[in-house]
Ligand binder design. Structure first.
Ligand code: HSE
Length: 412
């Protein structure tokens, strides 16, 4: 069976490497050899093992009936979207690692694959090499999924872990991560939570069977997390992680992205560095967790190759995965319940009582020498928390005092 790769960057070259290096293993899984016929890229790669297969004209792939499997590893939407659409229209299977493509056009591409009796697979788009998509649509297919919570972005997890371990500031760690090549030169999609947002949108669509518009997902990044927050977290025996979460309670689905303070007994507490971890709660299995490399050449390419094998096994047949075009209306953050870590300016001795009266009696944390203190509130809805916080801010303003400096949701 012939395959083509579109985009010979990190992931595309990883796929070529695995197809060659694990040739027999792949053939055994696929039931036949998968031979790489074309590699589409704007550039030449004269010293690479695929130098003789580099092409610059997409139509060669589209019009070659021998090519049954296509890998999209270009990233971005243009020309990835029109190329993938054309491949599916031409009756070819497509495997992609591109979460932006799946989040923006997944509904249409899945429907097209169904219509054409081929497959549009996207295992590598969430969690890199961690098999979370296949786990959800195959292994847990008889389960009612109640919650998915993931550390889905390696860059931000690397940054937060460094801040925690070294007491460093966000900007210092980001700069260092960029210098070492861990973070992109333009890190906005990672640090503002957009990458995690697209990934949790895909997972939520997959388990609800309905389209989730990633733009409907409430999203906070990690840019507001400070070294001071980590000092409190340490005192609480906690850590701070960027979570993408989706909770299904009856008809209501809450999906959001935000930093969360988690205690040592939270299953995702120990997921550090550039790793990803995804926790799934389902009605019969209970809690299960999936951990590994969420990015990187071979881990991500490994997931793409598994998709190619599954597509080869299902030649002439569409594997029923994905979601339909019915848009899922997400529940608003106002009805989401949790406890809140709140830092308030001023002296705990003088102000603690007032803050507890207004935010609810929870736990107070005092750092020696700080001109502020923190409380962890009791559990309440976000609507209630906001109302209470506004009243506290008002009271502080009336006294000409600074009020709330920080709020982080907690699972302690
Ligand atoms: N920028 C992403 C990350 C790459 O840091 O996790 C994988 O999607």
């Amino acid at each position: 069976m012939y395959a083509a790769i579109m985009g010979y960057g990190t992931i595309g070259s990883g796929v070529a490497e695995i197809l060659e290096g694990n040739r027999e293993k792949v053939a055994k899984g696929a039931g036949q050899e998968i031979a790489l016929k074309y590699v589409l890229d704007l550039r030449e790669f004269p010293d690479s093992p695929v130098a003789d297969r580099i092409i610059h004209d997409f139509e060669k792939i589209e019009k070659d009936p021998q090519v049954r499997l296509v890998v999209e590893a270009m990233g971005g939407l243009n020309p990835a979207y029109p190329f993938v659409k054309a491949c599916l229209n031409a009756g070819k299977h497509v495997a992609t690692s591109n979460k932006a493509l799946v989040a923006a056009h997944g509904t249409e591409l899945l429907a097209l694959a169904r219509e054409k009796g081929v497959n549009f697979f996207f295992e590598a788009s969430v969690g890199g090499g961690i098999p979370i998509i296949r786990t959800l649509y195959r292994c847990l297919m008889g389960e009612e999924i109640q919650e998915i919570t993931g550390i889905l972005n390696g860059t931000t997890n690397y940054i937060l872990t460094k801040m925690e371990k070294e007491g460093a500031s966000f900007s210092d760690v980001l700069k260092e991560a960029q210098e070492l090549g861990y973070a992109e030169k333009d890190p906005e999609a990672d640090i503002k939570g957009y990458d995690t947002c697209r990934k949790i949108a895909i997972l939520t669509s997959l388990v609800t069977g309905k389209e989730v518009d990633y733009q409907d997902i409430y999203t906070e990044g990690v840019t507001t997390v400070t070294d001071m927050d980590f000092r409190y977290a340490k005192k609480l025996g906690a850590s701070i992680k960027l979570f993408g979460t989706s909770r299904m309670e009856g008809e209501a689905v809450h999906a959001w992205v935000a930093p969360v303070m988690v205690g040592k007994n939270h299953p995702l507490y120990g997921v550090g560095g550039a790793y990803n971890g995804i926790l799934v709660k389902s009605d019969k299995l209970g809690t299960s967790m999936y951990y590994g490399s969420g990015a990187g050449k071979l881990p991500t390419a490994s997931a793409v190759v598994a998709d190619l094998i599954e597509a080869a096994q299902n030649e002439g047949k569409n594997v029923p995965i994905g979601w339909n075009g019915q848009r899922l209306a997400l529940a608003g953050m106002d009805t989401f319940d949790c406890r809140y870590f709140v830092r308030v300016a001023g002296d705990a001795a003088g102000k603690k009582g007032q803050v507890e009266d207004m935010l609810g009696k929870g736990e107070t944390i005092v750092l020696e020498g700080a001109d502020e203190f923190a409380v962890v509130t009791p559990q309440m809805s976000e609507r209630e928390f906001k109302e209470r916080a506004i009243k506290l801010e008002q009271a502080c303003r009336n006294l000409n005092e600074e009020g709330i400096r920080q709020m982080i949701r907690t699972e302690l």
